[in-house]
Ligand binder design. Structure first.
Ligand code: HEC
Ligand code: HEC
Length: 296
């Protein structure tokens, strides 16, 4: 009996040891994936210098929520704390701006590669990849108006559950996402009359997906939902964050007034016009593909 217990003890120790080796291995592999080197983007952009640049850049920053994560004075902050998945600090941009060239900043903003060659994982570069050169040059002009302030922020931390997500390919680095999306905007082109709406809809891609199909991680819906909105309700959602039926939502209610509060009623109408046309097109495509079934 005693001997049996002893062997059982060895067995347990063996299992525990094996588990440690597996966990250590998984940690090492995920760490390698997080730090895997990435080719430096070839960019040569320089900040705009014309008189209107700073004001235009401020609008780009607002629509894309730079200060939601990086802070009002770009000092950086802990903006998401969800261990054992992740603990996310946005870096102190006011210092990065002082230390980096325009092209290095653009490398992070539109290509997902930090100035030191690190791949970015959280910074939504895959959404900002759709900014034009002019918009990015204006954005840089605005960013350069900030003075260095505050301390350096810690790097993002990826917990055990987050690492499983990395290993299973559920979380991808921004350069990988940009490569997977390929060149060009995934938002369906619905003709010149919807060009302005489509341009504005780029500001929704970060959370609603590259073609606005909704995003499981962000728990956001397909934006065909906007077609069912009254124009007044849609404007109220974007300007105040209150959804149709007087509902207060989560992240959407937080960010809408800050990012979209300044959109004119004409811009809001153009955006909804595009989303409605997109929804109508989805229905038309679904009808067309289901027709052969009906005919049988
Ligand atoms: C969802 C939050 C979020 C938003 C929105 C966001 N960032 Fe970031 N940003 C981050 C995080 C987190 C990092 C660094 C860690 C990582 O992504 O791996 C980062 C990194 C950066 C870097 C690299 C800094 C360095 O350390 O060298 C730059 C530059 C940057 N962001 C600029 C911007 C600009 C400009 C905008 C708006 C157009 C913006 N960010 C919007 C979260 C955000
Ligand atoms: C920072 C992330 C983020 C951005 C950017 C964003 N959304 Fe959302 N949105 C969400 C989330 C998350 C939800 C789901 C509800 C919630 O949790 O707030 C949502 C829900 C919605 C809804 C559904 C409201 C309802 O009735 O339930 C609409 C419509 C919407 N968003 C429109 C937009 C439009 C249009 C844009 C771009 C101009 C946009 N969103 C940009 C995160 C975002």
């Amino acid at each position: 009996m005693k001997r049996l217990m002893k062997w059982a003890g060895y067995g347990l120790a063996g299992v525990a040891g094996l588990l440690l080796v597996v966990m250590g291995g998984a940690y090492a592999v995920s760490e390698a994936m997080i730090r895997w080197p990435v080719a430096r983007p070839k960019v040569q952009l320089v900040a705009s210098t014309d008189p209107g640049a700073v004001a235009r850049g401020a609008r780009v920053a607002k629509l894309n929520g730079c200060q939601d994560c990086h802070g009002e004075r770009l000092q950086g902050l802990l903006f998401h704390d969800e261990m054992p998945i992740v603990r996310l600090w946005a870096p102190n941009l006011s210092r990065a701006i002082a230390e980096q060239t325009d092209a290095e900043l653009d490398g992070a903003i539109r290509h997902g590669v930090a100035a030191d060659g690190r791949r970015l994982w959280v910074m939504p570069s895959s959404a900002f990849a759709h900014l034009t050169d002019q918009e990015t040059a204006d954005l840089l002009a605005y960013l350069r108006t900030f003075k260095p302030t505050g301390e350096r922020q810690p790097r993002i931390q990826v917990g055990p559950v987050g690492r499983i997500g990395v290993l299973m390919g559920q979380f991808k680095s921004e350069p990988d996402m940009i490569a997977a999306n390929g060149a060009g905007l995934k938002l369906v082109d619905l003709g010149p009359e919807h060009a302005q709406g489509r341009e504005l809809a780029r500001a929704c891609v970060e959370c609603h997906g590259q073609s606005l199909e909704g995003n499981k991680l962000a728990k956001s819906p397909d934006l065909s939902i906007a077609a069912s909105y009254d124009p007044e309700d849609f404007a109220r959602l974007l300007h105040t964050g209150i959804a149709a039926g007087d509902r207060k939502l989560g992240l959407m209610s937080q960010i809408a007034p800050v990012r979209f509060g300044g959109l004119t009623s004409e811009e809001v109408a153009a955006l909804q016009g595009y989303l409605k046309a997109r929804a109508a097109r989805q229905i038309a495509v679904a009808d067309a593909t289901s027709q052969p079934v009906q005919q049988r």
